[in-house]
Design a protein around this ligand. Structure first.
Ligand code: SF4
Length: 219
């Protein structure tokens, strides 16, 4: 498979590389390129196979902040022009918000929240998602970090019983430690796996719980 991919790359016509703004020189001199340039080369290599879907695992996390918007705009442009879908794996919510339509938050291998990117990034429901968002560095200098999730991530080999997030959750109860919550739709298009939320709650009740969690997370 490795040889096959190498051969495809060697056979790629110069026009294929120039189509994405690269020269064939990039195939042999990758050590000379910056993180942003290497990322563009990786994207070009993936596109040679004319994929419908590309998995992007932390596509801009190792790139200088000044280069990130260029890569993200390139990805958006390629998606629009060629109908490519992405499965994005990332921890940075500004990247997620900019590139995604739908978001699923995972904790130790389980989806704990699922909704549109706009909803998750602006009004997340699950305590873990809220903690991740709160831990993000604020764009205003001098304000540092708002909050950090306490404790360590549990082992996926031997996950905590009940709700997997309970050892780190400031609202965990005895019930949470024993019974795993199901992923349920609590509002139209909004799914969450947390015992605090229940089917049939009104929108006002759901967002009151969300506010209660936000207060606990930021203490
Ligand atoms: S189910 Fe309990 S422990 Fe898990 S996130 Fe909700 S409140 Fe926290």
């Amino acid at each position: 498979m490795k040889e096959y991919r190498k051969q495809r790359l060697r056979n790629a016509s110069p026009s294929c590389f120039s189509r994405w703004g690269y020269s064939r020189r990039m195939q042999t001199c990758t050590h000379e390129f910056s993180g942003g340039q290497r990322q563009r080369i990786a994207i070009a290599r993936a596109l040679i196979l004319n994929p419908n879907i590309i998995v992007l695992d932390e596509p801009v996390s190792s790139i200088d902040v000044s280069m990130r918007s260029g890569i993200m705009n390139l990805l958006k442009d390629l998606s629009r022009r060629y109908g490519i879908s992405y499965v994005l794996v990332a921890h940075d919510f500004s990247t997620i918000r900019y590139l995604s339509h739908e978001v699923a938050t995972m904790y130790i291998g389980q989806i704990v929240e699922k909704a549109s990117a706009a909803e998750v990034c602006s009004r997340s429901l699950h305590p873990y998602t809220q903690g991740l968002l709160a831990a993000g560095i604020i764009a205003r200098p001098g304000q540092g970090i708002k909050a950090i999730l306490r404790g360590e991530v549990g082992s996926p080999i031997n996950p905590p019983p009940g709700c997997r997030f309970h050892p780190r959750c400031p609202l965990a109860t005895e019930f949470c430690k024993q019974v795993p919550p199901m992923l349920e739709e609590v509002l139209p298009g909004r799914k969450v796996a947390c015992h605090l939320y229940k089917k049939g709650q009104t929108e006002a009740q759901v967002y009151n719980i969300r506010e209660q969690i936000a207060r606990e997370i930021s203490r």
